[in-house]
Ligand binder design. Structure first.
Ligand code: ASP
Length: 440
């Protein structure tokens, strides 16, 4: 039978009203039989996320301080949902046992995972579905990476039976010792992708509080267009370059299996949302998928005449960064000059040490280090097919008087990356967006 895996994020599970919306969504399509849940999120902006409260309990208990007030917020959230949905009063006792466990000392990951665990227990009861504990199906290897055997193990638990529904808590699995281990923050998206692949789902629906992805950051661009369709490759570039909504590690499990992702809005279930697919249709509405960027990069630029004749020059330059354990983001170069761009935060206070080592090892004619740079990517598979895309990018920047410090285009021609001063970041994003969504 064809099945759909649905992951519901924290805002889709924030209270009993949201649980009711989830049930309505599931009942609209009988293929929606795999349900992956986050921990309840905020009900309003001033409230704490349940997962944050759990981390707080861990920190407080380690310092020997009282967890009472934080824990009661957690307990009240769960008990309120249980009561309002008439699910009987069974969770109070388990929550008390959990409180005792925190006081006795359990791991940080175990504590954090209980947000999803109890959310899943409530949802399973509410939907009369089978509860699957991911500790029995999702595994990490000794290096802390997802063990691919998880697809098969979890798949065996998600037996494909007519009208049978499963609830799987997101965010965690078991390590090689069988102890609970969580993914990084926002990791329920990854669990959803794993469950979709394990169940050989037709689609992975990711239900959030927005009607899909936008073509630019709405904090910078007013009312950016929503994206109806985008490729895995484009989404990977966009999320890497700072666009949020979807965890970037959640792409691989479904991409490898060719399962499309559909990002949907629990509060507006009629909206089609964004489809993330492996192959775009021939004609798409816009030439680009979006504009995204990140601030705070540093660039080391050196010049040395005839450097192209010195065998191993580039390697020795890059090795300086490796020796200082700083990873490289970009590396634009020309005949007699070469630059390396790194994230300033990752470099920390090593800039001077790196500069000295470059000077000593490579003896450049000139070496400059610039900080407070932003990188902006204009992303779109269509860019390779279109003549004049680069000239539009630079025209837009020139017209808004933004000085371009870095130009980089990946071999894939999937994006054009420009570097500008941090102070020009917002202006550059706005002008690029306006120019690039203009249809010819
Ligand atoms: N609850 C976890 C977090 O807040 C995981 C998730 O919601 O995806 O990071």
């Amino acid at each position: 039978m064809s099945r759909i895996a649905c992951k519901f994020g924290g805002s889709s599970l924030a209270d009993s009203r949201q649980f009711l919306k989830v049930r309505d969504i599931l009942e609209k399509d009988s293929r929606r039989s795999i349900v992956v849940v986050s921990a309840p999120g905020k009900r309003h902006s001033s409230e704490a996320k349940l997962t944050d409260l759990l981390y707080l309990c861990y920190d407080l208990s380690r310092k020997g301080m009282s967890i009472d007030s934080s824990f009661s917020l957690i307990r009240d959230r769960f008990l309120e949902i249980e009561r309002e949905l008439d699910l009987g009063a069974t969770l109070a006792e388990e929550l008390e046992a959990f409180r005792q466990q925190i006081l006795k000392g359990v791991t940080r990951d175990f504590i954090a995972s209980r947000g999803e665990y109890f959310s899943g227990r409530l949802m399973a009861k509410f939907l009369k579905a089978e509860f699957i504990d991911p500790k029995d199906g999702i595994f990490f290897d000794a290096a802390g990476r997802l063990d691919p055997k998880s697809y098969e193990t979890l798949g065996r638990l998600l037996v494909d039976e007519k009208s049978k529904r499963y609830v799987v808590p997101g965010f965690y699995g078991a390590d090689v010792h069988g102890d609970i281990k969580t993914f990084s923050r926002g990791g329920s998206d990854i669990s959803g992708a794993i469950a979709a692949r394990a169940a050989k789902a037709e689609v992975y629906e990711n239900w959030t509080d927005v009607s899909g992805l936008l073509m630019a950051d709405p904090r910078i661009v007013e009312n950016p267009h929503p994206l109806d369709i985008v490729s895995y490759r484009e989404i990977r570039e966009l999320t890497y370059m700072g666009a949020s909504v979807f965890h970037d590690e959640a792409i691989a499990p479904v991409r490898e299996a060719g399962i499309p992702i559909n990002i949907r809005n629990t509060n507006k279930p009629g909206d089609e949302g964004t489809n993330i697919v492996s192959k775009l249709p021939e004609v798409t509405q816009y030439d680009i998928a979006g504009v995204a960027g990140k601030k705070n990069f540093s660039m080391f630029s050196l010049e040395k005449s005839m450097m192209n004749k010195e065998v191993g020059f580039a390697r020795r330059f890059l090795e300086v960064f490796e020796n200082n354990r700083v990873s490289i983001e970009h590396c634009p170069s020309s005949i007699d000059s070469m630059s390396v761009v790194v994230a300033s935060e990752e470099m920390g206070d090593k800039a001077e040490a790196i500069r000295e080592e470059i000077q000593r090892v490579l003896q450049p004619d000139n070496l400059e280090v610039e900080h407070e740079l932003s990188l902006i990517a204009v992303v779109g598979e269509g860019m390779a097919r279109q003549v004049g895309m680069a000239s539009r990018v630079f025209k837009a920047l020139a017209e808004s008087k933004v000085n371009v410090r870095i130009i980089d285009q990946g071999a894939s021609e999937l994006n054009i990356i420009v570097g500008v001063a941090n102070s020009d970041y917002e202006k550059a994003i706005r002008s690029l967006y306006t120019e690039m969504i203009r249809t010819a």
